[in-house]
Design a protein around this ligand. Structure first.
Ligand SMILES: [Zn+2]
Length: 308
């Protein structure tokens, strides 16, 4: 089973799981109650006192936004996802903001989520950035060196990245070549493997920081989500502070910071309505950290169901 079919299997398993579906439906139909609760607990404009704190923050990962290919979504779908975030009144915060909060287990005063985009250089400038600007949503863009081009027809250039960065989009590292390097190739010597990983995680960072002066690379997104304990160790040893997987689970600000955040891959599914899962994650982000109506135990089992 390859990674893609594993992911599909996992999503299908989740959608098909009776208990998870039950909780999802309960949460979905409970949405008006949560929304009402949320509205009633909004900070008082006069006193600016908020009684709520939110600890569950989903990170969404978008890839291809031009609607082509099995795992692409269309620009209309991307807009719809942004509209759903707005409709649910969930704030979009930057990855670095979540990282800083997570390090100190600081909860947020507002329900929040994070948007990240990997790979899709051509459409970052053409589709993602204009729509994100329209909604005033921040996003982190993970780039790999081999796909940065100075040919405007080919994709995103260094000048594009510099402009996006100065505009407030976060640019972080997604390797040099976007190949598999979580384990050595068969017959690859330890020395060759070591230098191959060095190029992917260290040389790539040096190039990014040199070509985009002032940029500090602190985060690394595993290409295709492939990770291993040894690669993780090397990344931390190389002074990365934050590693991003594609293992679907929500960041919990009450949990000790591990240096790794999981993300939910958003993609078009021919046989499934991923939008319901997306909305469910937003609704979950809106449940206050201390709320007797939605016990932590139930949420934990919900989380486990979606992770398995
Ligand atoms: Zn990628």
């Amino acid at each position: 089973m390859n990674l893609t079919s594993m992911k599909l299997h996992r999503i299908n398993k989740f959608i098909g799981s009776t208990s998870a579906l039950g909780i999802a439906v309960a949460l979905y139909f409970g949405a008006p109650n949560i929304a009402a609760y949320y509205q009633s607990q909004k900070p008082d404009a006069k006193t600016s006192i908020s009684v709520n704190e939110y600890n569950r923050v989903p990170i969404f990962l978008f890839h291809n936004l031009d609607g082509e290919g099995r795992y692409a979504i269309s620009r209309h779908e991307f807009r719809r996802y942004l509209e759903l975030i707005k409709e649910e009144q969930v704030d979009v915060i930057s990855l670095s903001e979540l990282y800083e909060a997570s390090k100190t287990n600081k909860r947020f005063q507002r329900p929040s989520c994070v948007i990240t985009i990997d790979d899709d250089f051509k459409n970052i400038v053409r589709i993602a950035a204009p729509l994100l600007r329209e909604f005033s949503y921040p996003a982190s863009i993970f780039v790999y060196i081999n796909n940065i081009s100075n040919d405007p027809r080919a994709g995103t250039s260094w000048e594009d990245l510099d402009r996006l960065r100065k505009e407030g989009f976060e640019i972080q590292n997604h390797s040099y070549s976007h190949t598999m390097f979580h384990v050595p190739r068969s017959n690859e010597s330890p020395e060759n493997y070591y230098s191959r990983v060095t190029k992917e995680i260290i040389t790539s960072r040096e190039i990014l920081e040199e070509r985009l002066p002032g940029l500090k690379i602190y985060a690394f997104a595993y290409p295709m989500g492939y990770h291993s304990p040894s690669l993780k160790e090397r990344l931390f040893h190389a002074d990365y502070s934050l590693l991003l997987t594609t293992d679907a689970s929500t960041v919990n600000l009450d949990s000790p910071f591990t240096g790794t955040f999981d993300r939910f891959t958003i993609q078009h599914l021919e046989n499934g309505d991923y939008k319901n899962t997306f909305r469910r994650l937003l609704i979950k982000a809106k449940i206050p950290a201390e709320n007797e109506a939605y016990p932590v135990k139930q949420l934990a089992s919900d989380e486990q169901s979606s992770d398995s």
